[in-house]
Design a protein around this ligand. Structure first.
Ligand code: FMN
Ligand code: SF4
Ligand code: SF4
Length: 253
């Protein structure tokens, strides 16, 4: 087997934990991420955002994958995390990769805990998190074997796809999140700034400022050690599976 690389985007740590269950070098998606030379097996692991690809994953494919000589790559697969409603994400990935000159051979989704707050307003607790992750691990073990055998699993084109897909544009670029606010509990520790995937948080002399490049990933909200980041009507924080590792990788270590 040739060199195996797993391009991984993860805001709240779920997709990173899935990527670590697979064989290959995890390349954490940040501004400087590249597909290493001599990669022959290429994986993409990332979350579903709004039934489709997160903006940073799409941008990486459109800019970096498209510009690269991909002739060494023999097999492309993906495992996409979601909260149970993956929508069009598999076929959108297939299309993005095809536009960049890569043929996707295998794609699966796996249910992981949901850290998105606008719909439920209540963070997933540790017990539920662990239960969902145990089920996910069993699935990923199956997928890992199929990937080792270079199996083929392509997205279907069901009725839902045919009815809705062409009428929807699911590319959500970073924007303002009016529901997020920083309370007086803030100690200016800077953890939210480190974890923000779009560099949208600045720690100023005596306040934290959230800008207008938000993906609504809620990594800042869930990780604040003082509970200082508020989201309208939301309760509790999602304890990430391995926050320390996520921080290390986001810092490029
Ligand atoms: C902005 C946003 C949009 C999401 N949209 C969907 C969705 O359309 N369908 C779904 O099943 N899960 C959705 N989710 C849940 C995530 O896909 C899921 O929690 C994922 O495992 C998070 O991965 P991460 O921890 O690696 O960032 C969304 C989460 C966020 C933050
Ligand atoms: S993580 Fe919380 S306490 Fe630390 S700077 Fe951000 S808002 Fe303030
Ligand atoms: S500001 Fe918070 S919710 Fe928005 S992208 Fe950054 S970490 Fe995610």
């Amino acid at each position: 087997m040739g060199k195996s690389t797993i391009i991984t985007y993860s805001a709240t740590g779920n997709s990173l934990e899935v990527a670590k269950l697979l064989d290959g070098d995890v390349v954490f998606l940040n501004e400087t991420a590249e597909i290493p030379e001599e990669t022959e097996i290429l994986g993409f692991v990332f979350p579903t955002y709004a039934f489709s690809l997160p903006y940073p994953v799409r941008t990486f494919i459109r800019e970096k994958v498209k510009a690269r000589d991909n002739s060494d790559i023999k097999y492309v697969y993906s495992i996409i995390t979601c909260a149970g409603l993956p929508g069009f994400v598999k076929s959108d990935l297939e299309k993005e990769l095809a536009d960049a000159g890569l043929a996707l051979s295998y794609v699966k989704t796996v249910k992981m805990p949901d850290a998105y707050l606008p719909l439920k307003k209540k963070a997933v607790g540790e017990e539920e998190r662990d239960r969902i992750f145990e089920n996910a691990k069993a699935k990923v073990e199956e997928y890992k074997k199929e990937i080792e055998d270079e199996s083929i699993a392509l997205p279907g084109r069901g009725l839902l796809f045919r009815l809705f897909r062409k009428h929807l544009d699911l590319l959500f670029p970073p924007g303002e999140n009016k529901g997020l606010a920083v309370g007086n509990e803030c100690t200016l520790c800077g953890k939210c700034r480190t974890l923000c995937p779009t560099g949208n948080i600045k720690v100023e002399e005596n306040r934290v400022a959230i800008g207008d490049k938000c993906l609504s990933c809620f990594a800042c909200y869930h990780s604040c050690p003082c509970g200082a980041i508020k989201y309208k009507g939301a309760e509790g924080q999602y304890k990430m599976l391995d926050e320390a590792d996520l921080i290390r990788r986001r810092m490029g270590k």
